[in-house]
Write a protein that binds this ligand. Structure first.
Ligand SMILES: Cc1cc2nc3c(=O)[nH]c(=O)nc-3n(C[C@H](O)[C@H](O)[C@H](O)COP(=O)(O)OP(=O)(O)OC[C@H]3O[C@@H](n4cnc5c(N)ncnc54)[C@H](O)[C@@H]3O)c2cc1C
Length: 322
């Protein structure tokens, strides 16, 4: 059986979750199976240098655009699926993957399970553990192959990066699909990082909706200053205008990898985890013991964040003599 691991990369940066897709496919591949990585984009060299954990790599090389719209990616993937007849297609739960998985499920008529955390294979069928309601419920479901799975970022440890042998790389031309699609990439708007670049921050204190209101963010900001950390927020915090957009972490915000990530009143929705689950040390504070943030946290406290922030700030102040 062939397992297709869909990967992504833009502007010479291979997305880390690409290696997670290959690892997920590897974890259920059996003797005689083939793990095929699929990449669409300009950086064919980056893909070849990274996806050595796959048995084969199919690169749809684009020369006309740095970013492949989901419509084009799906168009290219459809052809690959027709040519390869895989038993399983693994798509990352990314902005691109959301559209791509739905497209190929509709075209193939194969079952699609989203928000996947675990996969177990029994011959021609799978048992899947998937998140529902932002991760508050874990659903176990069974499905027959062929199938499509949309995998949560962080659910599988990254496969080791490394070069794939040249003979295992097959290149197709993505440019015709780029020009024939209805969606065209017009421009890439690179944010102005003059205020802050969370992607390089070593410590981050992130506030979620649990912070309650804009005024209370100052408590977390003071704590962040004492910790030498940057303040960040979940999407509702930014949507409410309590923090600027550049300080949002997650799917539609920044992807961060600090040494310390202190999450205060963040539930841990998959879209948030996508931006921070690779942090070296995650400490979560949430009154709800079932909050999904605790699934990725290395340490957690089920207490009121205001108690913890006040106590920790007092201790830091006492320690520094301030
Ligand atoms: C396409 C798409 C893109 C998205 N992109 C992003 C993104 O980039 N980033 C992002 O964050 N979200 C994103 N979201 C939204 C995401 O689905 C969640 O809605 C969001 O992450 C929830 O934010 P939150 O955890 O702050 O709020 P909530 O889910 O409301 O959680 C608040 C948490 O605070 C806890 N709490 C409340 N009071 C206290 C207290 N006093 N002390 C301690 N804990 C307390 C609660 O128990 C709860 O768990 C996206 C959604 C979609 C569909």
């Amino acid at each position: 059986m062939k397992l297709i691991a869909c990967t992504e990369g833009h502007s010479s940066k291979i997305e880390a979750f690409s290696l997670e897709m290959i690892a997920a496919a590897r974890s259920i591949a059996q003797a005689g199976d083939e793990v095929v990585a699929f990449f669409a984009g300009r950086d064919a060299e980056g893909a070849s240098a990274s996806f050595g954990a796959a048995d084969r790599l199919i690169v749809a090389r684009a020369t006309k655009s740095d970013v492949i719209p989901a419509e084009t990616y799906a168009l290219l993937l459809r052809d690959v699926i027709t040519a390869e007849s895989p038993g399983l297609v693994l798509v990352p739960y990314s902005a691109n993957g959301l559209d791509v998985a739905a497209d190929i499920a509709a075209r193939t008529g194969w079952p699609l399970v989203s928000y996947v955390n675990e996969i177990k294979r029994h011959g021609e069928s799978l048992t899947i553990v998937a998140q529902m309601y932002g991760g508050k419920i874990l659903a176990e479901c069974e499905m027959q192959l062929p199938a499509i799975l949309m995998i949560n970022p962080g659910a599988f440890a990254e496969a080791a990066p490394g070069a794939i042998t040249a003979v295992s790389v097959q290149t197709i031309d993505a440019d015709p699909a780029l020009t024939s699609g209805k969606v065209k990439m017009v421009a890439i708007d690179v944010p102005d990082y003059a205020d802050v670049d969370l992607t390089t921050a070593e410590r981050i204190v992130c506030v979620g909706r649990g912070i309650g209101d804009e005024a209370s963010i100052d408590l977390a900001r003071n704590l962040a200053t004492m910790l030498g950390a940057e303040i960040a927020g979940s999407r509702p915090v930014v949507d409410n205008g309590w923090l600027p957009k550049l300080r949002q972490v997650g799917k539609s915000g920044q992807k961060v990898k600090p040494k310390l990530y202190l999450a205060l009143g963040v539930s841990g929705a998959p879209e948030h985890l996508e931006g921070m689950s690779q942090a070296d040390l995650i400490i979560a504070v949430n009154t709800d013991p079932k909050a999904p943030i605790f699934n990725v946290a290395h340490y957690g406290a089920t207490c009121d964040l205001f108690d913890l922030v006040a106590n920790l700030s007092d201790r830091l102040r006492a320690g520094s003599g301030r």
